[in-house]
Design a protein around this ligand. Structure first.
Ligand code: FAD
Length: 396
């Protein structure tokens, strides 16, 4: 009989997995269940905040997957029995399958910062899911006074898109430079260092001198409490609070709620998997990929989710057909725009070492610290080229 695979979540991870399963083995019946008929992608969404791109340009449909024979169901998965491998949806559908893949992305933790809950996010947007939140932050920026102060609060790792908050700060500064030159931008960071830090900070010094201030965790950057009505962020005891005109709180995160409900996450809030196959360590025959999974040293990115989805599709088919697993390699590049035409990147190739995904020495790196502006402009163009190809590779 035909093998049945159900995939929960049609973002970068789930969509890629569906495509590659059908391409590798067209005899497999693949059902993808996704809540939203229109996927709004986060990569490049920081450009939407400053009016350099529309939200509609971030949208992608599922016609490409359907053309490959993927059964796409727009519904919300409400219940998963990971032992029976049975899925139930809000719309009343029940599906049984041979293998189950979860790619539900992240859930924002509204219990981590005192006072920061879903209601507070209507005043202090996170904009960490693309959509209404992106537009809310965009409107707040547009309405900001001349000498306005923007606050961005950044969580400790792991979180979705490690360089994302700094790209966001950069692009907002690029906009403020001409639109709100008397304003200031303050990054309150729970960490003491961040990815591509030297590249970001030297670019900030050159492009936006005195505009961006970064406060590290041990200097009072870790926000513990918010007062949403007063647009004020409070770090721990002994440090000053900060009041902003526009306040972007990126809260700590965990695996998408359905992964928690399906008993696939551990005490960390993320899902432990066999990093060779992405099969859950908690329930056999169930796989978790993308942001929700614990994937060694890979960052939580669209590129990682896409790379993991291909490894997972191959491993899942090997398991179904009783074949030995090949040894995979995994890849990631994260481009960041420091200004509209100024790009930087970090890349790595990964292999499994003692069961953990680790970067291969010498097979990656970051953009050079010193480079002519033509090189930065080229990398900004590569970022858009990357976006076009990852969308095509993930969604068809
Ligand atoms: P998602 O893409 O979030 O997909 C999860 C899907 O599951 C969603 O469509 C959701 O609707 C669905 N879902 C969840 N629960 C259910 C349920 N119960 N029933 C049905 N459907 C459900 N990454 C890069 O590589 N490059 C970048 O330049 C980049 N820039 C970024 C900028 C920003 C501002 C942000 C926030 C992120 C950025 N990222 C970038 C990170 C990237 O967006 C994520 O890492 C990526 O989306 C993870 O893919 P995923 O499939 O795990 O989750």
């Amino acid at each position: 009989t035909q093998a049945r695979v159900v995939i929960v979540g049609g973002g970068f991870g789930g969509a890629t997995c569906a495509r590659y399963l059908r391409q590798l083995d067209p005899s497999v019946e693949v059902t993808l269940i996704e809540r939203e008929p229109r996927y709004l992608s986060c990569p490049l969404s920081n450009l939407v905040l400053v009016g350099e791109r529309t939200l509609d340009a971030q949208a992608h449909g599922y016609g490409g997957l359907r053309a490959l024979g993927v059964r796409v169901l727009f519904d919300t998965v409400t219940e998963i029995d990971p032992v029976a491998r049975r899925v139930r949806t809000a719309g009343g559908t029940q599906l049984d399958c041979d293998r189950l893949v979860l790619a539900p992305g992240i859930e924002l933790r509204f219990d981590a910062i005192a006072g920061y809950d879903a209601a507070a996010a209507q005043q202090l947007p996170h904009a960490w899911h693309a959509g209404e939140q992106t537009l809310l932050l965009q409107r707040q920026l547009a309405a900001m006074p001349d000498n306005g102060v923007v606050l961005i609060s950044v969580p400790a790792e792991p979180y979705r898109c490690p360089p994302g908050p700094y790209e966001r700060a950069s692009l907002i500064a690029d906009w403020m430079r001409t639109q709100r030159p008397r304003g200031k931008l303050l990054i309150l960071d729970a960490k003491d260092s961040f990815t591509k830090q030297a590249l970001f900070q030297s670019a900030w010094q050159t492009l936006y001198p005195g505009l961006i201030e970064w406060v590290r965790g041990s200097d009072g950057g870790a926000v513990e409490r918010v007062d949403a009505a007063a647009r004020t962020l409070y770090p721990g005891f002994g440090f000053n609070e900060h009041r902003g005109d526009v306040v972007n709180v990126i809260p700590p995160q965990r695996a998408g709620a359905i992964a928690q409900r399906a008993d696939l996450s551990d005490a960390s809030g993320w899902c432990p998997v066999d990093q060779l196959s992405f099969e859950s360590l908690r329930h056999a025959g169930v796989y978790v990929i993308g942001d929700a999974a614990i994937a060694g040293k890979m960052p939580k990115s669209a590129f990682s989710a896409n790379s993991q989805a291909k490894v997972c599709a191959a491993a899942l088919l090997c398991a179904l057909h009783g074949q030995a697993l090949p040894e995979p390699s995994y890849a990631n590049t994260c481009y960041s725009l420091v200004a509209r035409h100024y790009g930087i990147s970090v890349s790595a190739v990964y292999r499994l070492q003692q069961g953990r995904i680790e970067p291969v020495a010498g097979a990656g790196g970051t953009s050079p610290l010193e480079a002519p502006s033509a090189v930065r402009a080229q990398e900004a163009a590569y970022a858009e080229g990357w976006y076009a190809s990852i969308m095509a590779d993930s969604f068809g």
